[in-house]
Design a protein around this ligand. Structure first.
Ligand code: ZN
Length: 296
């Protein structure tokens, strides 16, 4: 979704037509620079109502792993709360719908960095180092992807990618394959962090770390996070859309609002049964289906 028309926003929450702002629901007010709706400021452009640049919220997604149902549930759940989609890699691998996810990313992702599974799908240098299930799914994914989608994966840059003042990486700012699991993994990064906010994925665990001169602490994903640049460097993981591993099977994502400097974490249930069944029917390792049900 590039720009959500205000008309659609209003239709979802209220049947009033958007060309009559004085009759919009009580959350909508006229502003000097546009119209505020659902906490966002919208202005009229040639193509219709758009979020005012610089204050648009971002939908941050990572580790979708060919899981169509989880992706669709996230997009549905987050609808109307963001203007641009940023992706932290691992579109493919493990799941049975890699072409659907890559088609979607080609169309809708505003900025993206590659993950190790995206790289492995197009390069021969990774699969041998993987565990058996990952190796097997990489080979399956490679033969399942269309030539166009293989080409797209080969073009995705490795991180870090700076976007509007914050960074996107897959693993860590130093290495896309590096797992930031514990505070001890994040603390050594302090001398190398260039921006106060970095979004990362790879671990499939929602949350993150605050790295400061005085120490590093884990961030609680169960609440919204106020980013306070004066406090240190924030490493934030939106969690995995398609294969959570933090004991919660629900699809994970985050919305970042630069104006308020707030990250909101979210979890979304989806119909995981058919997703698991598709994995088995595709001939992918059965453990990849089982782990979806456990979130581990
Ligand atoms: Zn991953």
């Amino acid at each position: 979704m590039k720009h959500l028309p205000l008309a659609r926003l209003c239709q979802e929450g209220n049947s009033e037509p958007f060309h009559q702002p004085s009759r919009l629901h009580r959350g909508v007010q006229r502003m000097a620079t546009g119209i505020r709706a659902r906490g966002r400021i919208w202005r009229m452009a040639a193509k219709g109502w758009v979020c005012a640049r610089g204050i648009v919220p971002y939908l941050i997604l990572s580790d979708i792993h060919g899981n169509r149902e989880a992706l669709e549930a996230v997009l549905d759940h987050a609808r109307g709360r963001y203007d641009q989609i940023l992706c932290l890699g691992d579109l493919v691998g493990y799941g049975a719908d890699p072409n659907f996810v890559v088609d979607w990313a080609r169309s809708d992702a505003r900025a993206i960095v590659r993950g190790n599974h995206d790289r492995a799908a197009v390069k021969d240098d990774s699969p041998d180092s993987y565990r058996a299930a990952a190796h097997s799914s990489t080979l399956w994914t490679r033969q399942a992807l269309s030539p166009e989608n293989l080409n797209y994966l080969s073009m995705i840059p490795s991180g870090p990618l700076t976007h509007e003042g914050f960074d996107l990486v897959h693993g860590s700012p130093m290495d896309e394959d590096h797992y930031l699991v514990a505070a001890d993994d994040a603390a050594p990064l302090l001398p190398y962090l260039k921006t106060s906010l970095t979004f990362f994925g790879h671990t499939h665990v929602q949350g993150g770390f605050l790295v400061t001169q005085d120490g590093t602490r884990k961030l609680d994903p169960e609440c919204s996070l106020d980013v306070q640049p004066d406090h240190g460097f924030y490493l934030v993981n939106p969690g995995s859309v398609g294969q959570p591993r933090d004991g919660n099977w629900r699809a994970a994502y985050a919305v970042y609002s630069p104006k308020e400097q707030v990250v909101e974490f979210a979890r979304v249930p989806y119909n995981v049964g058919p997703t698991a069944e598709k994995i088995v029917l595709a001939g992918l390792p059965a453990m990849l289906a089982a782990r979806l049900l456990m979130g581990k």
